[in-house]
Ligand binder design. Structure first.
Ligand code: 5GP
Length: 186
C-alpha cells in the first residue's frame, strides 16, 4: 500500500525544522523530503542533507523539466520539492513529510487532494518574533521579510486540516505523530 503525504507548514521561526527532526526520530515509516533552494547555506547546513543548494539557473531548469511537485519564492529565494524522491518513497509505503511554506502547501493540496496539511502555530506572535531573532543567523531586513511573510501565512489557517501549537518540541512532534497514526488507522 502506498503512503500518505503530510505537509507541515507554519511561519518561519515557529520551529518547523526542529519539530520535524524530532518527529522523524519517532517513527521509521516516515520519510522526509529534502527540498531544493537558491538560498545560501547557513553555517552547519549540508548540501543534500538539509537542502539541495542550487543556483537560480539550475532551479529554473528543474522547473522547466517539471522536476518539482511544488515550488515557491519565499523572502527573496526559491524553494521547491523535488518530485521523484517523493513519489518513490510513497510507492514504497512511506508516509512522506514535506516541511514547506504556505504557497507550496496550497499547490500540493491542489495536485494531491489526499495530502494532509498540518499547521504549526507559535504560542504567540511575540514568541515567534523572539525565536526568529534568537536564531541570530538573519539580518534585520531578512527578519522583517520573514515576519511579514508570517502574517500572510497566519491568514491561510483555514486551509489546513490540523493545527499543532509548538510549545514544547517533543510534545508538538508527538501530537503530529498522533495525527499520522490516526490517519493510518482510518
Ligand atoms: P528556510 O530558509 O528558513 O530554511 O526556509 C524558509 C521557508 O521555506 C520555510 O517556511 C520553509 O518551510 C520553506 N520551505 C523549505 N523547503 C521548501 C520547499 O521545498 N517548498 C516550499 N514551498 N517551501 C519550502
Amino acid at each position: 500500500m502506498s503512503g500518505k503525504l503530510y505537509l507541515i507548514a507554519g511561519p518561519s521561526g515557529v520551529g518547523k525544522g526542529t519539530v520535524v527532526k524530532e518527529l522523524m526520530k519517532l517513527d521509521s515509516k516516515l520519510a522526509l523530503s529534502v527540498s531544493a533552494t537558491t538560498r545560501s547555506p547557513r553555517p552547519g547546513e549540508i548540501d543534500g542533507v538539509n537542502y539541495f543548494f542550487l543556483t537560480r539557473e539550475k532551479f529554473e531548469k528543474m522547473i522547466e523539466e517539471d522536476g518539482f511537485l511544488e515550488h515557491a519564492e519565499y523572502a527573496g529565494n526559491c524553494y521547491g520539492t523535488p518530485m521523484k524522491p517523493v513519489s518513490d518513497k510513497l510507492a514504497q509505503g512511506y508516509d512522506v513529510i514535506l516541511e514547506i511554506e504556505v504557497q507550496g502547501c496550497m499547490q500540493v493540496l491542489e495536485k494531491c487532494p489526499d495530502a494532509i496539511a498540518i499547521f504549526l502555530l507559535p504560542p504567540s506572535y511575540e514568541i515567534l518574533e523572539k525565536r526568529l531573532r534568537g536564531r541570530g543567523t538573519e539580518s534585520e531586513e531578512v527578519i522583517q521579510k520573514r515576519l511579514s511573510a508570517a502574517r500572510v501565512e497566519l491568514g491561510y489557517v483555514n486551509k489546513y486540516h490540523c493545527f499543532v501549537v509548538n510549545d514544547v518540541v517533543e510534545d508538538a512532534a508527538k501530537r503530529i505523530l498522533d495525527i499520522i497514526k490516526e490517519k493510518r488507522g482510518a
